[in-house]
Design a protein around this ligand. Structure first.
Ligand code: NAD
Ligand code: IPM
Ligand code: MN
Length: 350
């Protein structure tokens, strides 16, 4: 048996509910690759503000750096929402982890399964054949630029260097090589200087990948094309904030944001895996959240960080099977509880 260490950051709201199911599922499939997982849980986000007064308690970053992977639920909620710039915010923990672990590339795959076509607000003929990957830049842009208040004004700045654009573009082109060999770079180059630099550097990276087709698309058009012809996209590469917004939009192609996983990669240390959705305060504590996005994030963790491809395949196949026979949680129109869905996935995973 090979031992691997995973830091578990359940967080707030539905975070602990969905993380519980993903953890049991990973323990169930771990023997398929001959691994045993040692889990180490830490409070981050709102629960850490309550317990320690800060969103990312001392030592958690170091524990993450020493682990093989990090699995996170979600952070945040109305209890900690504030407009006072001096108050701590749960989301600071997540941003600090992404930056501290050097996780510049966030992969968000969107591949709706046929049995759920009817759950999407989009018509089936639009959804059919959709299999896209959003590669979101995760440690730069307006999220990490200089910001502040000056009297009655406030500002956030969006800065990108060529090096930051290049490394995430390379991830997108490498990903496209193993897929349908097309990259759509999304920017706002008709307005923003940072987008014009983005576009220029992406073109340079494209020259080094002649087997991959590159198209540029302005972000407002991309938002529209995503719902009108999603099947035409293969890899979408875009800056931090555009990627945040477009990936929530893309989630609805598959029927629910409760299905969408993500992997954040790039540093020399561990990857961080988390569902695309948040802490869903409107349904937290009811045991009805969809745990599939977190379970599929755990599958990405098994594949990319833990060298456990059999377990990853088992989880992904189990999700397809369970949904195909008609089981689903409330967000998809079904009646399964979070825990019942977890149990179904465990049975289907063999
Ligand atoms: P949200 O993703 O939490 O919820 C949006 C809607 O989707 C809600 O109606 C919610 O019930 C539903 N939903 C989300 N996940 C679901 C699931 N697994 N199953 C069923 N339904 C689900 O977005 P929000 O309401 O804008 O944000 C709530 C809080 O979460 C905020 O504090 C925000 O900052 C935080 N957030 C955290 C993360 C993260 O930790 N990675 C991501 C996004 C938002
Ligand atoms: C996400 C979330 C985060 C983001 C928030 C909670 C900081 O929306 O992971 O998509 O904007 O990156
Ligand atoms: Mn988001």
């Amino acid at each position: 048996m090979r031992e691997v260490k995973v830091v578990l950051l359940p967080g707030d709201g539905i975070g602990p509910e969905v993380i519980g199911e993903a953890r049991r599922l990973v323990d169930h499939v771990a023997p398929l690759d001959g691994i045993t997982v040692t889990w180490e849980s830490h409070a981050v986000g709102g629960c850490a503000i309550d317990a320690y007064g800060i969103p990312l308690p001392d030592g958690v970053m170091e524990e993450c750096q020493e682990a093989d992977a990090v699995l996170l639920g979600a952070v945040g909620g109305p209890k900690w929402d504030t407009t006072n710039p001096d108050d701590p915010r749960p989301e600071q923990a997540l941003l600090a982890l992404r930056a501290g672990l050097g996780l510049f590339a966030n992969l968000r795959p969107v591949k709706p399964i046929p049995s759920l076509y009817e759950s999407s607000p989009l018509r089936t003929d639009r959804i059919e054949g959709t299999d896209l990957l959003v590669v979101r830049e995760l440690t730069g842009g307006i999220y990490f630029g200089t910001s502040g208040r000056e009297g009655d004004s406030a500002f956030d700045t969006c800065t990108y260097s060529r090096a930051e654009v290049r490394r995430v573009a390379e991830v997108a082109f490498e990903s496209a090589l193993a897929r349908r060999r097309k990259v759509t770079s999304v920017d706002k180059a008709n307005v923003l200087e940072s987008s014009r630099l983005w576009r220029d550097e992406v073109m340079r990276v494209a020259e080094e990948h002649p087997d991959v087709e590159l198209e540029h698309m302005l972000v407002d058009n991309a938002a529209m094309q995503l719902v009108s012809r999603p099947a035409d996209f293969d890899v979408i590469v875009t800056e931090n904030m555009f990627g945040d917004i477009l990936s929530d939009e893309a989630a609805m192609i598959s029927g629910s944001i409760g299905l969408l996983p993500s992997a954040s990669l790039g540093g020399h240390g561990p990857g961080l895996y988390e569902p695309v959705h948040g802490s869903a305060p409107d349904i937290a504590g009811q045991g009805i959240a969809n745990p599939i996005a977190t379970c599929l994030s755990a599958a990405m963790m098994l594949r990319y960080s833990l060298d456990a491809p059999a377990g990853a395949d088992a989880i992904e196949t189990a999700v397809d099977q369970v949904l195909s026979v008609g089981h689903s949680t409330r967000d998809l129109g079904g009646a399964c509880s979070t825990h019942e869905m977890g149990e179904l996935l465990i049975s289907a995973a063999g």
